[in-house]
Design a protein around this ligand. Structure first.
Ligand code: 5RP
Length: 229
């Protein structure tokens, strides 16, 4: 499938997801190319039907800018008690709806928004569906203060880390941290890795999203849009 076809599918799935947004909702909006289509579909609903939301929170400056272009007022997560629904993309989703996210480096915001949402829906194309979490490095956001020690620890523990780069410099997150991508493929025991990373001082957040997603809209290569709950 070429990029044009893939974008058409992403757009179709994004339009379906935008139809699930109800007036008056408190909505979380993720980050990425699929979500860019979703924001446009949501913006069109605002323009054509006057769709009004009680609050909208997002996970990157890029999504914020796009939402504001459509006339949405974007809130900070801390200002909103509990979101009703968060719609986001994902890099991989397994059969249990566990996923890898953070390809765009926004994993910390994305996980905080998802964790404070009643329901989480991901929009993905078929290529991201896997039996076991695999085929995509696991992003881990780490504090600069102990980044070299943590990088060595991951290497010594066989997690094949690589620094996320932005040109010839280390990629810096919204919060001023670094991202290390762990090349573990497949992730044999996601919960075990999650527990291990949880105990590493200096790890801010990881791209392992376990037990967070409730619904997945899948753009299939045959043109069908599948909604799994
Ligand atoms: C950003 C993310 C994105 O949701 C994920 O990378 C999917 O992006 P795309 O829709 O461009 O494939 O987790 O941190």
């Amino acid at each position: 499938m070429d990029k044009k076809q893939q974008d058409e599918l992403k757009n179709k799935a994004a339009i379906r997801a935008a139809e699930l947004v109800e007036p008056g909702m408190k909505l979380g909006v993720g980050t990425g190319s699929t979500i860019a289509f979703f924001i446009d579909a949501l913006g069109k609903r605002k323009k054509e039907e006057g769709l009004d939301l009680e609050a909208i929170v997002t996970t990157s400056s890029r999504s914020k800018k796009q939402l504001e272009k459509w006339g949405f007022t974007v809130n900070e997560l801390a200002e909103v008690d509990q979101l009703d629904l968060t719609i986001d993309g994902a890099d991989r989703v397994d059969v249990n709806f566990d996923g890898i996210k953070g390809g765009g480096g926004a994993l910390t915001m994305e996980k905080n928004v998802a964790a404070n949402s009643e329901k989480v829906l991901w929009i993905v194309d078929e290529s991201k569906l896997v039996d076991r979490l695999s085929g995509f490095p696991l992003p881990v956001e780490i504090l600069p203060i102990s980044c070299e020690q943590n990088f060595r620890r991951f290497r010594n523990d066989g997690l094949n880390p690589s620094w996320r780069m932005d040109g010839n410099k280390r990629f810096v997150t919204h919060y001023g941290n670094y991202i290390v991508d762990l090349n573990v493929d497949p992730i044999p025991i996601p919960r075990g890795l999650d527990d291990y990373l949880d105990k590493v001082v200096g790890v801010v957040e990881t791209g392992l999203f376990l037990d967070m997603c409730d619904e997945v809209i899948i753009a299939r290569s045959d043109g069908e849009i599948e909604d799994r709950e």
